[in-house]
Design a protein around this ligand. Structure first.
Ligand code: ZN
Length: 324
C-alpha cells in the first residue's frame, strides 16, 4: 500500500508540475499581456502617439497586429484593419481643416443567425498629445492612462471573447485616431461605418482605467451618463462593478468618442476610473504613475458582463428624456 500511495502521489505531483509549466495561471497571463501592451503603447519610443502623426500610425499598426494574433478578423480598408481617414474635419476653435488620421477596426462575427446583425461596439482612442512643451525636463506626453489603458482594455476583451465559442452577437473592436484633436477618426467612422449604425446595440468606450478613482470604491469603475440609459444598471446586475460618474460637473459623457455616437442615437457610454489626477494631459501620465493592480482588476471585472452583453437578447434603451 505504501509504495502504491507514493507512486500515486508522485504521479499527481508529476501531472501538476507538467500542467503548471504548460500553462501559466490565467491571472498572471492576463497581467503579463496587459503590462506588455502598455509598455509598448506608452513607451517613450512612441513619442506620445500624437493625433494624426506617424507615431499614431505605429500605434495603429501595433493594435492591428495584436488583433491579428488574437484571431479577430479585419474590418478596415482593403481587407486590412486600418481605416484611412482623410478629408475636411471640424476642429476645436479652428473650424474646418484638412486632416489625415486612421482608425483600427476588427470584428468577431456573431454565431447566431438571428442575433449576428446586432453589434456590440467596444472602443478606445489610440492617440494622445505627442511631444509638447517640457514639464520638469520631460516633453513626451505618453498618455499611459489617457488612453493606452483603454486600448489595452479593448484588446483584453477581444482576447477573452476570442478564446471562447463565438458570441451570438457580432462584436466590433475599434481604436479611434485623433480623439484629442476633436474626434476626427470618430467623425469619419460615423460617415463610413463598417456596419449600419442602426445595428449597433451598444457602444462601450474605455477611457482612463489605469488608476483608481478615490471618489468611488477602489474596485469600482464608473459609466458616463449612467442615468441616461438602462445599460449601466443591467451590466451591474450581471457583475460589472459599474456605478454612476461621480464627477457630473466635468461633463465626461460629452468628452469622449462615445458622444458623437450617442448623438446619432446609439447607446454609447464611457467606462472610466479617472479620478481627476494631476498628471492628466501632462508628460507624467506615464507608466510610472499607473496602478497595474487596479487596471488588471478593472479589466477583469468587465469580462463577464461584456460577454453577457455579447450573447443576450437585451437591447439597452435611453431613459425617457435623457437621449442627447
Ligand atoms: Zn482620452
Amino acid at each position: 500500500m505504501a509504495s502504491r500511495t507514493k507512486l500515486f502521489l508522485f504521479c499527481n505531483l508529476f501531472l501538476l508540475l507538467t500542467a503548471a509549466s504548460a500553462q501559466q495561471p490565467q491571472s498572471s497571463r492576463d497581467a503579463a499581456e496587459i503590462r506588455g501592451a502598455m509598455e509598448f503603447l506608452a513607451s517613450d519610443a512612441m513619442q506620445g502617439r500624437g493625433s494624426g502623426s506617424h507615431d499614431e500610425l505605429l500605434a495603429a499598426v501595433y493594435l492591428a497586429s495584436q488583433l491579428r494574433q488574437i484571431g479577430i478578423e479585419p474590418a478596415g480598408d482593403d481587407g486590412g484593419y486600418i481605416q484611412n481617414v482623410s478629408g475636411e474635419f471640424n476642429f476645436f476653435r479652428q473650424g474646418k481643416k484638412q486632416w489625415n488620421t486612421r482608425n483600427v477596426i476588427g470584428v468577431l462575427k456573431g454565431r447566431d443567425e438571428k442575433r449576428k446583425d446586432q453589434v456590440i461596439l467596444l472602443t478606445a482612442h489610440m492617440d494622445h498629445l505627442g511631444i509638447r512643451e517640457a514639464v520638469n525636463g520631460d516633453n513626451i506626453y505618453n498618455g499611459a492612462d489617457d488612453d493606452a489603458s483603454g486600448c489595452v482594455a479593448v484588446l483584453q476583451l477581444a482576447r477573452a471573447l476570442a478564446r471562447k465559442e463565438a458570441p451570438k452577437r457580432t462584436v466590433l473592436f475599434v481604436f479611434f485616431g485623433s480623439e484629442e484633436t476633436g474626434g476626427q477618426g470618430n467623425q469619419y467612422f460615423l460617415e463610413h461605418p463598417p456596419v449600419p449604425l442602426k445595428n449597433i446595440v451598444a457602444n462601450l468606450e474605455f477611457e482612463m482605467i489605469g488608476r483608481p478613482d478615490a471618489a468611488v470604491k477602489p474596485d469600482e469603475l464608473w459609466l458616463t451618463g449612467y442615468e441616461r440609459s438602462n445599460l449601466g444598471p443591467e451590466l451591474a446586475k450581471h457583475g460589472a462593478k459599474l456605478v454612476a460618474d461621480p464627477h457630473p460637473q466635468q461633463q465626461f459623457f460629452q468628452r469622449s468618442d462615445n458622444y458623437a455616437l450617442a448623438k446619432q442615437g446609439v447607446i454609447a457610454q464611457t467606462v472610466s476610473s479617472f479620478g481627476l489626477h494631476a498628471d492628466y494631459h501632462r508628460p507624467s501620465d506615464d507608466l510610472a504613475h499607473l496602478d497595474f493592480t487596479h487596471m488588471e482588476q478593472a479589466i477583469h471585472s468587465m469580462l463577464g458582463p461584456v460577454e453577457w452583453l455579447a450573447n443576450t437578447e437585451f437591447k439597452p434603451e435611453w431613459v425617457e428624456g435623457k437621449k442627447p
